[in-house]
Write a protein that binds this ligand. Structure first.
Ligand code: EPZ
Length: 426
């Protein structure tokens, strides 16, 4: 196993190019199951999670070839309908094959994912929606065993809470159903709009893109896809926070600022100058801050898009640990997403957990000190990297395989910004 060493205390500067979004790539790869033929996806990040997903696709008889950042996926010889526990347990998003397999084959057997480091994360909405479409789902031996004779039947589906992969799974199921499906209180994260664009390009009829009400008029079959993955808004946000946390300045490129409305406002509220073009975001300190930079404390509360993303909560907490006052960070999406707190405390952060909120007493820029810490999940790990970059001295982060699930070329990109960071065997 490898660990990441960070020699902190150096302001980051420069430009970093953002990769394609992990959480868009996974559903879009799954959607290639819907129609036989050769599909092309562009801007696909090469990550542990995309590789795991492609392994799952291979298990189903789907071949792929990488050409630069594009993936050519041939789903003609689909010959399986099972997502086994060994793969699902390492990546919950494997559940995304459920909808498209049912649409194409009328059957699917997918392992129940179980809990994970950030919460229980059930898939009851996915199952409820499929049953509404006429699918029979049996939960046996740790698996969802689902089948339907003939096409699914359009229906009305209401989500108690907007679910990202739930909306994606049911979209992929409903596009080839007989009749019209209406989804209410659907999630409207940008990754869903990306999936809708791909499905529409394949011949699907979907209305309501970027809204919480989706109307899907089923079609008997779909054609092949040619679609680009959107930029990774969470990766972009992570680098913006890292630039600011180290007292540095810089620009993230090849991103979409419209996908990060809440973070950009929160950075502005903290006193940072944020400039946007169509595809870049720059952060810099006000002129009079030279020599005495300080960050204002800003409260955040995680919410479904366009609210503040839960996937940037841990990173913002690392940033607020370096602010000048006190703020409250509230997590409303996952019940156990404060695993980074104990690790940040080891670096000197002043954080107190109070139910679903954390009270963060900022220590000022350079107020943290390097320490050995442990990565617990993907985004928690990136908050430790940010803290390590800002802290004085050396931070050693173990279990960095979590980071490799979702950040492409992390070490190279940070090095390009002037960070002193490298991997070592544990
Ligand atoms: C997606 O997870 C992302 N994963 C997560 O990213 C992200 O944190 C999350 O959305 C929220 O934005 C992918 O896109 C692959 P949800 P997902 O269903 O779809 C509850 C990362 O680090 N719920 O939107 O699994 C659930 O417990 C990851 O990249 C049910 O109760 O999340 C949560 O409270 C981690 N029953 C809320 O809904 C269900 O059937 C929203 O979860 C489904 C969800």
């Amino acid at each position: 196993m490898e660990k990441l060493i960070v020699e902190g205390g150096r302001p980051l500067h420069g430009t970093v190019r953002i990769s394609g979004a992990k959480n868009a790539a996974l559903p879009l790869i799954a959607a290639t199951l819907l129609a036989p033929g050769q599909h092309r996806l562009g801007n696909v990040p090469d990550l542990r999670d995309t590789r795991t997903f492609l392994k799952l696709m291979e298990n189903l008889g789907v071949r792929h070839e990488r050409q630069g950042d594009a993936l050519l996926i041939d789903s003609t010889n689909l010959n399986g309908s099972e997502a086994p526990y060994e793969l699902v347990k390492t990546m919950r998003a494997s559940v995304l094959v459920l909808g498209p397999l049912l649409a194409r084959l009328g059957r699917a057997k997918v392992s129940l994912p179980g809990g994970c480091a950030i919460g229980a994360r059930p898939i009851n909405f996915h199952i409820m929606g499929l049953e509404k479409l006429g699918v029979t789902c049996r939960l046996e031996h740790g698996y969802v065993d689902a089948e339907i004779a003939g096409r699914m039947q359009g229906s009305t589906i209401y989500f108690d809470i907007p679910s990202v992969t739930g909306t994606e799974n049911l979209l992929m199921a409903a596009v080839m159903a007989e009749g019209t499906t209406i989804m209410k209180n659907a999630a409207r994260e940008p990754e869903i709009a990306n999936l809708i664009d791909m499905l529409t390009g394949m011949g699907a009829d979907i209305e309501g893109r970027n809204t919480d009400k989706l109307t899907i008029r089923g079609v008997p079959q779909l054609g092949t896809a040619d679609c680009d993955i959107i930029p990774d808004r969470i990766e972009a946000g992570t680098y913006l926070i890292a630039l600011v946390a180290t007292g540095g300045e810089g620009t993230v490129t090849h991103c979409n600022p419209a996908h990060l409305p809440s973070l950009l406002e929160k950075l502005r509220a903290a006193g940072i100058i944020v400039e946007e073009t169509e595809t870049t975001i720059s952060v810099r300190w006000p002129k009079d801050a030279a020599g005495q930079k300080s960050l204002k404390s800003v409260d955040i509360k995680t919410m479904p898009f366009p609210g503040y993303p839960t996937d940037l909560q841990a990173q913002f907490m690392a940033l607020m640990s370096l602010s000048s006052d006190i703020c409250v960070i509230t997590e409303t999406i996952f019940e156990n997403r404060f695993m980074h707190v104990a690790e940040l405390q080891r670096m000197g952060a002043g954080i107190r957990i109070d139910g679903h909120s954390c009270v963060v007493s900022g220590r000022g820029l350079q107020g943290l000190s390097g320490a050995p810490v442990m990565a617990t999940d993907l985004r928690a790990s990136s908050s430790l990297v940010i803290a390590g970059l800002a802290a004085t001295g050396r931070t050693e982060i173990s279990r960095i395989y979590h980071l490799e699930r979702g950040y492409e070329n992390l070490v190279e990109k940070l090095t390009g910004l002037g960070a002193s960071v490298w991997k070592e065997e544990e």
